[in-house]
Design a protein around this ligand. Sequence first.
Ligand code: AHR
Length: 342
Amino acid sequence: MFKKSDVISRLIFVLFAAILFLMVLGGRLFTNIEEDVYVSEEENRIVVGVSQLGSESGWRTANTESVQNAFTQENGYFLIFNNARQKQENQIKAIRSFISQRVDYIVFAPVVETGWETVLQEAKEAGIPVILMDRKVDVTDKSLYVTCVGSDFVEEGQRAGRWLEKDLARRGMDERTVNIVILKGTQGSSSQIGRTIGFSVVAANHGNWNILEQEYADFTSAKGREVMEVFLRKHPDIDVVISQNDDMTFGAIEAIRDSGRTVGIGGDITIISFDAVNTALKMVSRGDINVDIECNPNQGEYISQVIEMLEDGQEVESQYYVEEDVFTIENVTRELIEQRNY
Ligand code: AHR
């Protein structure tokens, strides 16, 4: 006969051993399932690791959707997607994880231009081609990536400047002082750098363009509003706002209206924006935004064409620019707004 306390201790021991066994088995099962899925997908499909920089804007959401629509299983891809939430360290971690998973291609939208040499060298040594999406990297060794697919940001900035030139001339304001403030995107990003350079190239030809202040507002609506409120408090005489994306523009317009001033055609402050997302195009059609310089987020399809070329052993160019337009009240149509699903 066992004592009652012996029975209880044996039962506890058996229970503990059973839990331990299940945990080990569960862990092995989980690992095996992951490995099995990965290996079988890898055998049949092109495995693409995509590191998206974040989800700061409507444009970014559309860019992510474009990638997810291009790299589908039906199109022969297995997509591993990571959102870095605006942190370069998260992008570096994601790229390292893609390398260790031995993906076929790495596609990434770098949050800023600098600081990528080491991780791109690791990808090169692993023999994984890297394709830059949307923004660029500033590295000496250009062989660290295969190609870039994105926008010509300097040209976009120049388009903004050229539009302002014409608009001021049309309104007979090309001689008097024009007070300008600039809401800049994420500091150190290609879109912020390129648009700033492009606009200043045109501004340099106009001694009467007075840039009162320019400040980073991170491409977000909340920050756009916050920075614009500060601008409005400091400068009572702003004529033009250059806002380097639509989300910042939305926030800035709220701040301007709250201050009692008006925007757009016939308003106190001329609004120049970038991206041309659906909501902004509606505002262009109502005359609230004077001009919107398009930045095309539909880059997934272009990138999959580049991958097909590489799979065929074809040479690819070092840069592919997406098609983009400039929108004002004159050319924004109802059809265009309806067609634009972002
Ligand atoms: O790099 C492209 C820019 O990034 C877009 O203009 C902006 O909306 C996004 O966040």
